[in-house]
Design a protein around this ligand. Sequence first.
Ligand code: ATP
Ligand code: MG
Length: 286
Amino acid sequence: MIQVANLIFRYPNQEIDTIKGISFKIEKGEIYGFLGPSGAGKSTTQKILIKLLSEYKGQIQVMGHDLKSYNNSYYNKIGVGFELPNHYAKLTGLENLKLFASFYEVKNVDLMELLHKVGLTDAAHQKTQDYSKGMKMRLNFVRALLHDPEILFFDEPTSGLDPVNAKNIKDIILDLKAKGKTIFLTTHNMHDADELCDRVAFITNGQIMAEGSPKALKLKFGKPLLNVEYQNSGFHLAEFELENLGQNLEFRNILESNKIISMHTREASLDEVFIKTTGEQLTLTD
Ligand SMILES: Nc1ncnc2c1ncn2[C@@H]1O[C@H](COP(=O)(O)OP(=O)(O)OP(=O)(O)O)[C@@H](O)[C@H]1O
Ligand SMILES: [Mg+2]
């Protein structure tokens, strides 16, 4: 669905490239996540893919055609959830959706139904200037769905949402995937990425440092651990790597001479992958 080869991008008046030669492919029906620290180039890449930034080097193919060959009809094929919501403050939520729908070739979409999906039924007739940040984010999200596009781009779709609303948005994203839509999303939230994405790319300083399924990356970069809680004149906690555990003398000694209270294995997480693949730059920039 999307094929990017050796993409390089520099903002006007900048001395260095923000995107330094990245390549990736997104298959139809896949959720592909772009993860990485602030300033890594996630939103910039998304802006290039949605034709907001055009002066790039490299090749981008979308749905079998060069991205540069598309005219404005491209916007009927893609849906975009921007990083920062922008609406007409004096219009209500419903009026905003009506206005944005008028920009597209919209096929009989029920706007109230869309608002209902993200819990904004009661706020439909309220001016968006009176919306909370999370309400604006949710309205911004459904705007991307107005014209039932084939490809969706979401920039930090759950940022600023409470856990219930975040889960709701994630369920809608999974629903879109079930309908065969292709989804590109950026996030800082490793847990969301793990739950949602078929594949993720870790990007730092304009370069992809690692790519693969969350499971494969966790296996490659993270170590599963065993936490052991035991009693021996007081309670103690010990942590061991699962690898070669049988030969670990300290572990065997704990088993033989103490009362074991509990043992839990802890899976490697995408956070560990994030830190291992992007950590160095994180400390440099933060
Ligand atoms: N309009 C612009 N002009 C010049 N530089 C820019 C512009 N927009 C972004 N940048 C720079 O490009 C780099 C990448 O920014 P980008 O917004 O793509 O990061 P990001 O990975 O989306 O970060 P975040 O997680 O904070 O959203 C940053 O160093 C940023 O300062
Ligand atoms: Mg961003």
